[in-house]
Structures are given as structure tokens and as C-alpha cells.
Design a protein around this ligand. Structure first.
Ligand code: CO8
Length: 271
């Protein structure tokens, strides 16, 4: 097993190439204290470094979740935040921005498994994952206006990208909480499962499906989408064309196309 580090506020479990990253501060509903942000940064950096053929690609998919069953993450840590001056708060926001960009950069799929509250920074953390699966107990919202704040961990960018401008504005201006069914209707989540157990089973099953594919191709697809989001069509297509070219240089591309033509199952090596 690779050494991905140990963390004060996170639990890591690696099973069948799926890393479950659990924010573990259940007494504060897993609020994103500054320590959580530091730990997420370090853990994601370790994952990123392990995603190579030479390092053996130990992690081929990630599930991000929260401990305790009541909340995914109930937001930024309001207690810590209330004592910050504007410059410290700004740094805090920027350090979490860096974490969200890293989530979009790690070359493996990251699913947010949301059971319970995903509010404010929690909703924003989930939005930085590739997609979201939720249990029926999930609740989403951007309640910052209730606190005299605005979204600070990427919500004003990624929520409109995910659900469109109208619904994003309504959610952010009202601070309203929505349930899992409404989140599904808006396209905020990809799937809703009845229970926490079924939620994790579904996330694992999807990642197992991806793990059967060529890892560099999956990573390049992810990079290509992240690089194209928000760009002009022609810019986005340039990003895609570069990723397409790079995929052509891999051994797995030779293997995948040969296996198709020879009517056999491809064996990918991540190179
Ligand atoms: N931060 C710190 N502690 C929290 C947080 C939080 N976000 N949420 C809950 N807790 C704590 C509570 O204080 C309580 O602690 P204690 O037992 O010591 O009193 C414990 O968790 C349990 O919470 P509740 O008793 O409130 O549980 P309820 O079931 O009554 O309510 C709720 C659950 C509805 C989720 C409620 O806890 C709540 O409204 N929490 C706050 C949600 C919120 O407003 N989140 C947004 C925060 S702002 C934000 O995320 C902005 C991100 C960008 C910041 C950028 C900085 C620059």
C-alpha cells in the first residue's frame, strides 16, 4: 500500500484502488476548518503524485465524503471564520480555491458521496468533485447570505456551471436548502440512492467501471473537460485536440485499438 500520509481531520481508506477520503469532524458537522483545508491539500497532492505508471497507480478513483452520517460538510468553519480579519479570511478562501482546483486536476474520477448536509463550503467542495451522488437524506444549499457572506469556495463559479444561471442565482440569493430530489431535478447530482450504504455501493460500482478503462485516457478526458469549461468553443476544442493527440502517444491506445480489432478484452497498464 502506498503512503498517502495520515491526517488530523481526514480518514483515508484504500480498497480495490478506490480511495475514500472522509472529512472527519462530526462534532462540527465536518466543517472545513483551516486544518481540514491544509489536510485536503496534502492528501490530494499525495494522490496526484501516486498517479503514474511508475508509482503503480494505486488510486484509480476517489470518493469524498463526511463522517457521522448527519452531514457531508456543513460549510466553512463559522467559529473560526468569525474571528478572522478580511485578509486572513481572503487567504482562507484562496487556500480552499487551490484545493478545489487540485480536485479538478487529479487524473482520476472523484465522486462526492453526499449524505446529509452539504451547505456553503460543503456544497462547493462537492461541486469541485467530478460529479455528485446523494442519499435521500442529502440537503444542499449556499446559505452564506444568512451570515452576511457570499460563497467563498467557488460556488459563484461552479454552481452556475452545474445548474445554470437562473437556479444558481435563486439558490445563492435566498440561501434556501433543497432536498435530494430537487438537486436531481436541477442536475446538481447525478443520482439519488435511498440509503447511505446504497450511496457508497453505487459510487464504488461506477468507479469500478472506470477502473476497467485506460487510466491515462480517463485522466486526459478529465483534463480536457476541466480545460475547456468556461472557454470559447474554439479554445475548448484546442484543449481537446491536445488531449486527443497525447492519448495517441500512449501504449494503452495501441492496446485498446488492437484489442478491439482482435475481438479480445484490452489489458491496460497506465502508460
Ligand atoms: N461551522 C462550525 N461549526 C458548525 C458548523 C459550521 N459551518 N455547522 C455546524 N456546526 C456545529 C454547531 O455549532 C454545533 O456545535 P455545538 O454542538 O458545539 O453547538 C454542531 O455543529 C451541530 O450543529 P447544530 O446543533 O447546529 O445541528 P442542527 O441539526 O441543529 O443544524 C445545520 C444543522 C442546519 C446544518 C446547522 O448546523 C447549520 O445551519 N450550520 C451552518 C451551515 C452554514 O451556514 N454553512 C455555511 C457556512 S459559510 C460558508 O461555508 C462559506 C464558505 C466560503 C468561506 C470563504 C472564506 C473566505
Amino acid at each position: 500500500t502506498p503512503d498517502l500520509g495520515t491526517y488530523e481531520t481526514l480518514e483515508l481508506d484504500l480498497t480495490d484502488h478506490v480511495l475514500t477520503l472522509t472529512v472527519n469532524r462530526p462534532k462540527a458537522l465536518n466543517a472545513l476548518s483551516q486544518q481540514v483545508v491544509v489536510d485536503l491539500w496534502k492528501a490530494l497532492t499525495a494522490i496526484q503524485d501516486s498517479c503514474t505508471h511508475d508509482a503503480g497507480w494505486p488510486v484509480r478513483g476517489v470518493i469524498v465524503t463526511g463522517a457521522g452520517g448527519k452531514a457531508f460538510v456543513a460549510g466553512a468553519d463559522i467559529r473560526e471564520m468569525s474571528a478572522m480579519d478580511p485578509d486572513t479570511a481572503s487567504e482562507y478562501g484562496r487556500s480552499m480555491h487551490a484545493v478545489t482546483l487540485l480536485l479538478e486536476k487529479v487524473p482520476v474520477p472523484v465522486i462526492a458521496a453526499v449524505d446529509g448536509f452539504a451547505l456553503g463550503g460543503g456544497c462547493e467542495l462537492a461541486l469541485a468533485c467530478d460529479f455528485i451522488y446523494a442519499s435521500e437524506a442529502a440537503r444542499f444549499g449556499q446559505p452564506e447570505v444568512n451570515l452576511g457572506l457570499v460563497p467563498g469556495f467557488g460556488g459563484s463559479v461552479r454552481l452556475p456551471q452545474r445548474v445554470g444561471l437562473g437556479p444558481a442565482r435563486e439558490l445563492i440569493y435566498t440561501g434556501r436548502q433543497i432536498d435530494a430530489a430537487e438537486a436531481l431535478r436541477l442536475g446538481l447530482v447525478n443520482r439519488v440512492l435511498p440509503t447511505r450504504d446504497e450511496l457508497f455501493e453505487a459510487a464504488r460500482a461506477t468507479l469500478a467501471e472506470v477502473i476497467g478503462k485506460a487510466p491515462l485516457a480517463v485522466g486526459l478526458s478529465k483534463q480536457s473537460i476541466a480545460g475547456a469549461v468556461g472557454r470559447r468553443t474554439s479554445k475548448g476544442l484546442e484543449v481537446e485536440a491536445e488531449a486527443f493527440r497525447e492519448a495517441f502517444t500512449t501504449a494503452d491506445m495501441q492496446e485498446g485499438t488492437a484489442a478491439f480489432l482482435e475481438k479480445r478484452k484490452a489489458v491496460f497498464i497506465g502508460r
